[in-house]
Design a protein around this ligand. Structure first.
Ligand code: ATP
Ligand code: MG
Length: 247
């Protein structure tokens, strides 16, 4: 597990609510994420993780409460938030009609990069997919599309990246590379906010966490507060969620 160094909130959620019709998907959730965190948002299927990431990145409207990301109120300035952060959504794919290289150039232009070729070549090399540069995104494998989504999220070196399930489509070699990248990225003073079902990964790389269940926040804090007592994150998670389910 990576140690937390800095202590200023880069994300603040206060009484955050999201309703889809009659369903309250996120119910009065409050927590902060400090700058320099590698933060893991944990929770069973349907607990509200993706909904929170979508609200924090201005992809959906907040029903109640406040969310501030890099000091910006996401409800009043969602574009301002998206300018500052990197995002890997849960299900998005790069556009089918562009090649991998064209897509990174396109994102680099939007992000105002002056060194698009250098940055994209670095990513093609680091994630080992330079041979796919000229391939249309529709013809890339799922894992390679995920490499491209990863590259676009970090190409402008954002101070904060929000990633919905970063490792899900990667083979073990890529998982290791991506984990190493995330840890070193945070060591440079940036912040990562990720959701994951892979609790061993959260325990390995995250320094802070929150557990959601049916839209409610069950627990949040430092991973070391759990593991220093000899407990593993998966046992902690299962006991928390099982307790809730039985209530
Ligand atoms: N657009 C939508 N319209 C209606 N209900 C939605 C919508 N998006 C999500 N939901 C519901 O909100 C709840 C939370 O969904 P969400 O996708 O945030 O969960 P999650 O924790 O990301 O789950 P998973 O681990 O399966 O990705 C679920 O009950 C889901 O069915
Ligand atoms: Mg999800």
């Amino acid at each position: 597990m990576h140690k937390l160094k800095k202590m200023a909130p880069v994300i603040e959620l206060k009484n955050l609510v999201k309703r889809y019709g009659n369903l309250t998907a996120v119910d009065n959730v409050s927590f902060n994420v400090d700058s320099g965190s590698l933060f893991g948002l944990l929770g069973p299927n349907g607990s509200g993780k993706t909904t929170i990431i979508k609200m924090l990145t201005g992809q959906i409207q907040i029903s109640g409460g406040v969310a501030r990301v890099v000091g910006i109120d996401v409800n009043s300035d969602p574009v301002g938030v998206r300018k500052e952060v990197g995002i890997i959504p849960e299900q998005e794919s790069p556009p089918s009609f562009l090649t991998a290289e064209e897509y990174l150039f396109f994102v680099g232009k939007i992000r105002g990069l002056s060194s698009i070729k250098e940055e994209s070549d670095w990513w093609f090399s680091y994630l080992d997919y330079g041979d796919k540069k000229k391939v249309l995104c529709k013809d890339l494998s799922r894992g390679t599309r995920q490499k491209l989504m990863f590259s676009q999220a970090f190409i402008h070196k954002p101070v904060l990246a929000l990633i919905d399930e970063p490792l899900i489509n990667f083979d073990p070699i890529m998982q290791k590379k991506v984990k190493d990248f995330l840890v070193s990225y945070v060591e440079k003073g940036n912040t990562i906010f990720l959701s994951t079902h892979i609790l061993s990964v959260a325990e390995e790389i995250c320094n802070s966490y929150a557990v959601l269940h049916r839209g409610h926040l069950l627990s949040c804090g430092l991973v070391s507060e759990i593991t220093s007592g000899g407990l593993h994150l998966d046992d902690f998670f299962l006991s928390l969620v099982k307790g809730e389910t039985e209530c």
